[in-house]
Design a protein around this ligand. Structure first.
Ligand SMILES: *[C@@H]1O[C@H](CO)[C@@H](O)[C@H](O)[C@H]1NC(C)=O
Ligand SMILES: *[C@@H]1O[C@H](CO)[C@@H](O)[C@H](O)[C@H]1NC(C)=O
Length: 454
């Protein structure tokens, strides 16, 4: 009797579970060629996937949850997915080059999502990009509320002006990364002093900085440099993004699982310098720590001893190391000053010799991984039209859907941490790993935001 009851309870559970699955799937529309015509009046969040791609399969349950949640909160954003191999001409019109590609399509604009593939991050992105470009802050309470919610945000203060137009332009390009607000002078906290109006401010690190047209240059590039907190937990994804800033990045490379004093001390030294010497260094420097040396070794083509401190120049790929341990914050400041005045020798860089070294290094790792992994390798030939690639992959692809060369390299380097995957299944995805990636000093806005003329 009890057994039978248990049995039916189980069956009920299974049914509810299956229903639940079917239910949440129902909120993601399967898109086909009619999408191009039908999408016009709506804002769409679309996952362009390929049936054979492992990362796409991992994204699928997350995507279903995104669809369900967007529906249940009554978001105006519609959630869809498109098999980019079946509708390759549409996919390439939207600029899809790797799988999965997540895009928010809003009128003539297509915004790429490049963050971690978690439900919350994706939904946050959809809210930010689909909402008002510049959000007004009508009261002090609203300002405080925003300050609690966002670690970094930009505020325009003043009336109509040429600066405001530039601010709007910058926001339409950079809304994929950060938040833009506008407010009147009365709304900002009392500790903010403005020499002139209108002004653009960034609030972060428990303080604020004012944009100075003469010292800081173009507003967009200033926003691009200032959109990060001063101290960051670095990973490959972030370092790749920091390539846009052209700043120097000082990183404590440590083993977070190692509780010995050498590791923890190095991290706190960098934190201390980031905090106490902010005024001196914040224009030129970004600070942080990184867990493990795998990523950085690939980047520098060198074998770093952990723990250590490395300073990277994101505009020319050079790096600076000390042959001794940093003892305290003063010591670190000394090191930074020596980097700035040229008394520490730079290593690496993007000279011809370094590029050759990179080619050899990449070729070596590629050969190693070909021997270790599946023939999926063929999929990473870059630049071929999607259709050809998909046919090739279909043909070549044999077993192991979740394997593949890039993923293996990536997971190998990231050890057990199940953190977000910046790496994508295409040559494009490889970027965050390669040394070249530090270079795109000016990432073309096109890359993030493509104007669609259709
Ligand atoms: C922790 O780091 C120290 C110093 O680098 C090293 O000697 C020690 O072996 C490490 N311990 C573990 C458990 O990895
Ligand atoms: C970083 O690279 C840029 C571009 O090559 C260069 O102008 C700058 O001097 C470098 N900074 C340091 C500290 O070497």
């Amino acid at each position: 009797m009890a057994a039978r009851r248990r049995g039916s309870a189980l069956r009920l559970c299974a049914t509810v579970f299956l229903l639940d699955m079917a239910f949440s799937k129902g909120y993601v529309e399967d898109l086909d060629e009619s999408f191009k015509e039908n999408r016009k009046d709506d804002i769409w969040l679309v996952d362009f996937y390929a049936p054979w791609c492992g990362h796409c399969k991992k994204l699928e349950p997350v995507w279903n949850e995104v669809g369900l949640e967007m529906k249940s909160i009554g978001s105006p954003v519609k959630v869809g997915k498109m098999d980019a191999t079946s509708y390759s001409s549409i996919a390439s019109e939207f600029g899809v080059r790797g799988y999965p590609t997540i895009k928010l399509l809003k009128g003539d604009l297509a915004y790429n999502y490049r963050g971690p593939r978690t439900k919350d991050d994706i939904i946050e992105f959809a809210h930010r990009v689909s909402g008002a470009l510049i959000r007004p802050l009508p009261s002090q309470q609203m300002f405080e509320h925003v300050q609690k919610r966002h670690r970094v945000f930009f505020v325009y203060i003043g009336g109509e002006s040429p600066l405001k137009e530039k601010y709007i332009d910058a926001a339409s390009e950079l809304i994929v990364y950060t938040y833009f607000f506008s407010a009147s002078e009365e709304v900002v906290p009392e500790y903010v002093t403005l020499k002139e109006m209108p002004a653009v401010l960034v609030f972060k690190d428990e303080t604020y900085f004012v944009y100075d047209e003469y010292e800081d240059g173009d507003l967009s590039s200033w926003i691009n440099r200032e959109r990060f907190q001063n101290y960051l937990t670095m990973d490959g994804f972030l370092l790749y993004e920091l390539g846009d800033t052209g700043k120097l990045v000082a990183i404590a490379v440590i083993d977070e699982k190692n509780t010995s004093v050498e590791h923890t001390r190095l991290k706190s030294i960098i934190q201390e310098v980031a905090r106490d010497y902010r005024d001196q260094f914040h224009r030129d420097f970004q600070f942080g720590h990184m867990d493990g040396n795998d990523y950085i070794n690939t980047l520098l083509m060198d074998e770093l001893k952990v723990p250590t401190v490395v300073v990277l120049n994101t505009s020319n790929q050079q790096y600076f190391l000390l042959d001794r341990q940093i003892k305290n914050a003063e010591d670190m400041v000394q090191f930074i000053n020596n980097v700035l005045d040229g008394t520490v020798d730079a290593q690496g860089g993007d000279s011809i010799l370094q590029r050759l070294k990179r080619i050899v290094f990449d070729a070596k790792s590629t050969i190693v991984s070909i021997f270790r992994s599946s023939p999926l390798m063929g999929c990473f030939l870059f630049g071929l039209p999607l259709g050809v690639i998909s046919i090739m992959c279909y043909g070549i692809y044999t077993a192991d859907t979740d394997g593949g060369y890039i993923e293996e390299r990536y997971e190998g380097s990231k050890s057990e941490t199940q953190s977000p995957e910046p790496v994508e299944e295409s040559k494009e995805k490889q970027e965050p790993r390669s040394g070249d990636s530090l270079v795109p000093a000016v990432q073309e806005p096109k890359d993030v935001l493509e104007k669609k003329k259709d």
